[in-house]
Design a protein around this ligand. Structure first.
Ligand code: SF4
Length: 212
């Protein structure tokens, strides 16, 4: 029903209005216990129209402080990776599986993910991404129910509900693995983001190097 409603909202103005309502609802959410320890709800940010979405695990400390996704050290690295591939950060939409920080940056519990997933479902219905990038194991498990692990699954295209989906290393993993050797995590991520960029440009019907 929610998805049908979102699809009926065709103009950018209607979509922006609906997004604003959605954002307000998430900002007041108390569906799980993380609402008791968060400072800010981190809903997500970026383009509502470019139809490419990056999904991480959950907000960290800096994100909790600011209410913005991926702005701490890992987020800054993600921004650099995006820009190196030709994206401006504001051209993509960035969010997380859970919208409130798990204390101590622990992995979100299943109960928390289940209670929060309706928000992500609504975000996807609203933004109608053509490409989703799953950053790390938590979104990989949520989208693909995969226990294969990000190292095995990254760099391959999957189809999730008709949407092209690629798992990629979470930037926090790259911060812990500094190696730049060929075949290392950074090298593989560079290949993955270029593949994502190529798919994005092909879906846009434009050649790389043009304004998106
Ligand atoms: S993590 Fe999700 S479900 Fe839990 S309080 Fe925050 S927005 Fe609500």
């Amino acid at each position: 029903m929610t998805e049908m409603l979102f699809k009926a909202m065709r103009s950018p103005q209607e979509r922006a209005q609906l997004y604003s309502l959605f954002q307000d609802a998430v900002l007041h959410c108390e569906r799980c216990g993380l609402c008791r320890t968060r400072k800010n709800v981190v809903v997500g940010e970026g383009s509502l129209t470019n139809r490419i979405m990056f999904v991480g695990e959950g907000p960290g400390e800096v994100e909790d402080d600011t209410g913005r996704p991926f702005v701490g050290p890992a987020g800054q690295l993600l921004t650099r990776i995006l820009e190196a591939a030709g994206f401006k950060r504001e051209e993509v939409y960035i969010t997380n599986i859970v919208k409130c920080r798990p204390p101590g940056n622990r992995v979100p519990e299943i109960e928390e993910v289940l209670r929060c997933q309706g928000w992500l479902e609504a975000q996807i219905a609203l933004l109608r991404p053509q490409i989703i990038v799953a950053l790390g194991n938590t979104p990989l498990k949520w989208f693909l129910h995969s226990t294969g692990g990000i190292t095995k699954m990254r760099g391959r295209w999957f189809t999730w509900r008709g949407i092209s989906l690629m798992p990629m290393f979470h930037p926090s993993y790259l911060l812990r693995n500094e190696s730049r050797e060929k075949g290392g995590p950074k090298d593989l991520t560079w290949r993955d983001i270029q593949e994502i960029r190529a798919r994005y440009m092909s879906l846009q019907g434009k050649n790389d190097g043009t304004t998106v």
